[in-house]
Design a protein around this ligand. Structure first.
Ligand SMILES: *Cc1c(COP(=O)(O)O)cnc(C)c1O
Length: 381
């Protein structure tokens, strides 16, 4: 009689564990903030923005309701709107394209490079007279070839802006993700590297006008005196971050973020050595392997031709995996009007798989995943 293997469960993400981790501190922060009525745009938002400026070195940080809104408001602050095109990689979340559409402009997805990020040559080839901006996406917490993309933007007189939703604290040649162009945007969705207890985001910029514009638009178009100027010409909206949430995020960022990123990098190194001799699997550069980059490992994404079978095998071993963004590239949303056919992005989306990656995983969890992948490919334990 077949004896079922004991199954160790490694969920892709343990949502409740995120709160359990520093529960007493979170409850205390909630009580302290609520006790003084700190619900909307109080000092906690400023403290969080100060902490974000500390990480990125930007002159301004504007905390917002989420990253999608941050990008949309950032594009509007640059005067980008109807008739304009914004180039984005096809390997990203649909939110990147949505932000462009909600600013009134048209997203143009382009192909990816050997590291699966926005490709500079494909970007340049997609530029039309209507192009206004490039928006690289720092997918998985690693940075695109920002030298080459910056060069394309400069030569064509286009703005460069960054979807850094997944990359707070990542660097390229010593420079922080989010600081390469006019602005960068971050997400604090619970499963992001700086995970909140709901939605939140931020925009960073060195440009005083962009900062003032986004700050006003997040609060219905209010000026510095917190009222809407009678002669306003700007349609604002409500994109405020919740103040209690800002207090919690400020605590997480200042007290725990560095250790959480160090833990993600240690997990990536552990995966790297478990998978190193499996040539059927392509894996991201190990932490420290690329001297130009400090990666924060929002995700650990592998590629393999036998992706679907591997995924089923891991599930039998109690391991949760994800096809990022449901396994659909931007240009593959044909119902939204896309007609592009970027070949490398098409190939990538047939092969990609996210293994569990977050700072709450134990070494035993990671070893269980590594051993299961090794068994699938017939490698010794
Ligand atoms: C999470 C994510 C977003 C959206 O962020 P929200 O805060 O949920 O709006 C946008 N782009 C990328 C690459 C993301 O990973």
């Amino acid at each position: 009689m077949a004896v079922p293997r004991p199954v160790r469960k490694v969920p892709f993400f343990d949502w409740a564990a995120l709160f359990r981790e520093h529960r007493d501190d979170y409850v205390r922060i909630f009580a302290e903030t609520a006790d003084r009525g700190g619900f909307i745009l109080q000092r906690d938002v400023e403290e969080f923005e100060t902490a974000l400026r500390g990480v990125t070195g930007s002159r301004h940080a504007v905390a917002l309701a989420d990253c999608t809104n941050a990008m949309s408001l950032g594009l509007r602050a640059l005067g980008i709107g109807p008739g304009d095109e914004v180039l984005i990689p096809s390997h990203t979340f649909l939110a990147t394209a949505q932000a462009v559409v909600y600013a009134g402009a048209t997203p143009v997805p382009v192909d990816i490079d050997a590291r699966n990020l926005m490709d500079a040559a494909a970007t340049e080839a997609a530029i039309t007279p209507r192009a206004r901006a490039l928006m690289p996406v720092q997918v998985n917490g690693t940075t695109a070839d920002m030298d080459a993309l910056g060069d394309v933007a400069r030569r064509h007189g286009l703005a460069l802006v960054e979807d850094s939703a997944q990359a707070l604290g990542a660097t390229y040649k010593g420079r922080q993700a989010g600081t390469f162009g006019a602005w960068g945007a971050f997400s604090f969705y619970p499963s992001k590297t700086l995970g909140g207890f709901g939605d939140a985001g931020a925009l960073v910029t060195d440009d005083d006008e962009i900062a003032a514009g986004v700050r006003a638009m997040r609060n219905h178009g209010s000026g510095v005196d917190k009222v809407i100027p009678a002669d306003t010409t700007v349609w604002g909206t409500n994109s405020r971050i919740d103040n209690i949430h800002a207090a919690i995020l400020a605590y997480k960022l200042t007290r725990h973020y560095d250790a959480d990123i160090a833990r993600r990098r240690a997990i990536a190194a552990r995966y790297d050595s478990a998978l190193a001799d499996i040539e059927e699997v392509a894996r991201p550069a190990a932490p420290g392997a690329d001297p130009e980059r400090f990666d924060v490992f929002q995700n650990y994404e592998i590629e393999t031709r036998r992706r679907d079978a591997l995924r089923a095998h891991l599930a039998e071993d109690g391991i949760g995996t994800i096809l990022q963004w449901g396994g659909t590239a931007i240009h593959q949303f044909r119902g939204l009007g896309f007609t592009q056919t970027p070949p490398r992005a098409d190939a990538f989306f047939r092969r990609c798989l996210l293994l569990p990656m977050n700072h709450l995983l134990s070494d035993d969890d990671v070893d269980h995943v590594g051993a299961s992948v090794r068994r699938f490919f017939g490698r010794p334990a």
